[in-house]
Design a protein around this ligand. Structure first.
Ligand SMILES: Cc1cc2nc3c(=O)[nH]c(=O)nc-3n(C[C@H](O)[C@H](O)[C@H](O)COP(=O)(O)O)c2cc1C
Length: 376
């Protein structure tokens, strides 16, 4: 179970894995891979449950879903279907024992009174293992589908998210009904019960890359989940972010990156498979649509990064590639850990088929590198 950085003190030093690992996007068809290969991940419930139980037993730290409401077109199944993130989390929390399960939630699509109750319920189901990933919006067609307008200005998007989270937190802590007169919400006699499990707030993460998203993280989140394109750039960003959070806001914060894994017995086999699914069978219609919306409405990637990393978008939604033999992948994860990131959320093309090899070959290597503990 992941702990809040603020709860790690000299009296309660960090326990568990030095570098956290989580599975990302298994709730979505295709996972993170925009590919037409037949083994593309269906993102169905039974598959998610199998993978979550394997991950839990292997000592992985978390499962993190993508909140998605419509796909990107194209011939593949890439994000045409995605399991609802909050009911997904409820099901997985009920059937796992140690792993942290996140829900990813659009502040704009879920009323905070509803959200506070859903998340308090999840903390009870998981005995405190639930984490909240707040997203403040970028996918403009999804906003139109909800009859909403995505704010042009990032400052407005995060101001909305901030007020939303303030209300959720107040509902988690206030024993008395309260009125709320904000910029975005007007509430009368709001009250929430149950409170989070044992009165402990769940860990809060927000997924963003822009300066505005980083400000939000420094002020109100425990973790920032951000894009990972270049290790040197990330090293500088993580150091600056943690220092600014400490100096300006007196808050400790940690940062997670995102990646995609292809691990095979040999480097050659892994690279050949990557070439096969991401290049030869990349779903370029879906990739172009994803990159178009990203380029217009998000600041997650620079224009140059979008241009030069097209295969990464087919291979893993633009995330960092961890490709090779078990020695290679363990060494790459170690290099990622040197950036100061606290962990990485990653995907496979076929999570159920590929995770056991990763578990048996890569995790022991990470134990030997002192990045992980033995599984239970
Ligand atoms: C690693 C990562 C994961 C994200 N996951 C989601 C998601 O599940 N659903 C979603 O709608 N947006 C997701 N986003 C988008 C962000 O929440 C944000 O709306 C987007 O990056 C644009 O904001 P920004 O320009 O501040 O980064 C993610 C972004 C990043 C960097």
């Amino acid at each position: 179970m992941i702990r809040k950085p603020a709860d790690i003190t000299p009296d309660a030093p960090p326990a568990g894995n030095a570098f956290k690992l989580g599975l990302f996007a298994a709730n979505c068809s295709g996972g993170q891979a925009a590919t037409t290969v037949p083994e593309s991940w269906p993102g169905d419930w039974d598959g998610n449950l199998d993978v979550a139980i394997m991950a839990d037993e292997a000592g992985l730290d978390f499962m993190l879903p993508i909140a998605r409401w419509r796909g990107y077109g194209g011939a593949s199944i890439f994000h045409t279907s995605s399991l609802d993130t909050t009911t997904w989390a409820a099901g997985l929390l009920a059937q796992t024992k140690r792993i942290t399960i996140f829900s990813t939630v659009h502040a704009a699509f879920t009323h905070p009174v509803m959200a506070a109750k859903q998340f308090a319920t999840l903390t009870q189901i998981g005995h405190g293992r639930f984490g909240l990933n707040v997203v403040c919006g970028w996918n403009e067609p999804e906003y139109r589908m909800f009859g909403l307008t995505l704010a042009e200005d990032h400052v407005d998007r995060y101001a909305y998210g901030r007020e939303w989270l303030d209300i959720v937190r107040r509902l988690w802590t206030s024993e008395q009904p309260f009125d709320w007169h904000g910029k975005y919400f007007q509430l009368e006699q709001a009250i929430g019960a149950p409170k989070p499990y044992r009165g402990q707030e769940p860990i809060i993460l927000n997924a963003a890359a822009s300066a505005e998203g980083q400000q939000f993280a420094m002020q109100v989140s425990d973790f920032l989940l951000t894009s990972l394109v270049d290790l040197d750039k990330t090293r500088r960003q993580v150091a600056a972010l943690k220092a600014e959070a400490r100096d300006q806001f007196n808050r400790p914060i940690e940062v997670f990156g995102v990646g995609h894994v292809v691990c095979r017995p040999t480097r050659r086999a892994a690279e050949d498979y990557y070439e096969y699914y991401a290049n030869h069978h990349g779903d370029w219609v879906a990739v172009d649509q994803l990159m178009l919306i990203q380029g217009r409405h998000a600041k997650s990637f620079t224009a140059e990064e979008l241009r030069s990393h097209r295969v990464r978008f087919a291979g893993g939604h633009g995330t960092y590639p961890l490709i090779g033999s078990p020695d290679d992948v363990a060494a790459q994860i170690e290099q990622v850990s040197w950036t100061g990131l606290a962990g990485i959320a990653f995907s496979f093309v076929d999570y159920r088929a590929e995770f056991p090899f990763f578990r048996d070959e890569v995790l022991p290597r990470l134990v030997r590198k002192s990045l992980r503990l033995e599984a239970f």
